[in-house]
Design a protein around this ligand. Structure first.
Ligand SMILES: [Zn+2]
Length: 433
């Protein structure tokens, strides 16, 4: 029991969490206080020079903040942005974009949703910590087609933008706006078609890679086997309907519009779980589902992240704890076996990737905003984010519903004596009926 009391004071220990330097910029908020929401819409100024060398980070380094029990009594499940509602909305967007045959141009006119009063300022506020989403927005709102729309139509387009706020969506909606404007002003339909399909790039899904050529998906034999669209959907030959490219977190997409000097990368997403960590047998389904939804939401914003750490056995945790104590190296954790939520399969560490798909730990500038956005999206999916702790653990997310410190204590013996499944049952997130 003393171990858990001890954990209350873990913030006085600095275990060299590589991302702890952001604590100063984030302010010293108390546990459980949702400073993300308070800071929403405010682009915080950041110091530069906070880059962290990858070599400074030891795998599994989560500082002391993740100590079991520390956050269990204060963690509250925040009102969740309903993930299924987002899914449904996105599905609706796909349906809206589907083409009906027989229009005068050979295309149906994609519907623009019901009028709303959403403004670009509201979208900017909502996406304050999503640099890619913010960067792409002016391309849409500054376009002639968008300007020609009624306020209600603009709001409807912005609503659609929020469902996957990235450069590809902006390109698509910009073309959609131009097309609608063209009905009255006789603008070239080419503007619209150009926006609909990416010119080049690559797409990998289910272990197969395709080359993108003017919206077509070309396999290794040079055969055109499907189509891909800037609205975030693809359809293989024979498929009855389109599939979202964002939903499969293990897919890889590089979508390019334009050619030569005019080529622009619209979307660049790598396999977010290349080692299948979230689907490992020791990971809890409820937690893994929340983490997957978080990654899906971030991918829609072109925030490229990957799982680096997942389940850790108590023995592995003990070995980690020994570092800097009875074993060589620097101390990397204050949690012994059974004291980290990683030992229960209800925690993961997720990190940023660079353009080449390699993990990096930069936290300055736009990367800092992306870390904040990661925290926002994780919390909106019901997860607890380590970035809000007194000793911030930026990559770390966990979920353990309603556990008080004393309950967490008995959880430790449950894990040791009865195993993972029993510990999940005790938390109310068991997988066996
Ligand atoms: Zn962690």
């Amino acid at each position: 029991m003393w171990l858990f009391r001890f954990s209350f004071y873990c913030h006085i220990f600095s275990m060299g969490c590589p991302l702890a330097s952001r604590a100063n910029r984030k302010g010293q908020t108390s546990r459980g206080q949702n400073n993300q929401r308070n800071g929403k819409g405010r682009r915080r100024r950041r110091n530069t020079g906070n880059n962290v060398e990858p070599s400074q980070r030891t795998p599994g380094n989560s500082g002391t903040a993740e100590l079991l029990g520390l956050h269990s009594s204060t963690a509250t499940r925040r009102p969740s942005q309903d993930a299924s509602a987002v899914e449904a909305a996105f599905g609706l967007a796909i349906a809206d974009a589907s083409f009906a045959a027989g229009s005068e141009h050979g295309h149906g006119v994609p519907a623009i949703g019901a009028d709303t009063t959403l403004t670009s300022t509201a979208v900017q506020t909502e996406l304050a910590n999503s640099p890619d989403a913010l960067a792409a927005l002016p391309g849409l709102t500054g376009s002639a087609g968008f300007g020609a729309m009624t306020t209600g139509q603009q709001g409807a387009l912005l609503t659609q933008y929020q469902e996957a706020p990235n450069a590809a969506t902006a390109q698509y909606l910009q073309g959609l706006a131009a097309y609608h404007a063209a009905e009255d002003k006789d603008l070239a339909l080419g503007d619209y078609e150009d926006a609909l399909n990416p010119d080049s790039g690559t797409f990998s899904v289910d272990g197969t890679s395709y080359t993108i050529a003017n919206g077509g998906l070309v396999d290794a034999e040079g055969q055109n086997v499907g189509n891909i669209h800037t609205d975030g959907t693809y359809q293989m030959t024979g498929d009855a309907s389109r599939t979202s490219i964002y939903d499969d977190i293990r897919s890889r997409i590089n979508m390019i519009e334009g050619e030569g000097d005019n080529a622009t990368t619209l979307l660049n997403l790598h396999d977010a779980d290349r080692h299948g960590k979230l689907t490992g047998e020791n990971m809890n389904d409820t937690f893994a589902g929340m983490a997957t939804d978080t990654l899906r939401g971030l991918r829609r914003e072109n925030i490229d992240m990957a799982v680096t750490d997942d389940f850790r056995s108590s023995a592995e945790q003990d070995a980690l704890y020994a570092k800097g104590r009875t074993a060589p190296g620097n101390r990397v954790t204050g949690a012994k076996g059974g004291q980290s939520w990683h030992n229960y399969g209800v925690a993961a560490d997720i990190a940023m990737m660079n353009d080449n798909g390699r993990i990096h730990w930069n936290t300055s500038g736009d990367d800092g905003d992306r870390w904040d956005r990661y925290g926002e999206v994780a919390e909106s999916n019901g997860l607890i984010w380590g970035g809000n702790w007194n000793s911030p653990d930026m990559p770390h997310v966990e979920y353990h519903p309603g556990k008080t410190v004393s309950q967490a204590s008995s959880l430790q013996s449950t894990l040791a004596n009865e195993g993972l499944e029993a510990s999940w049952d005790q938390m109310g997130i068991g997988e066996s009926p």
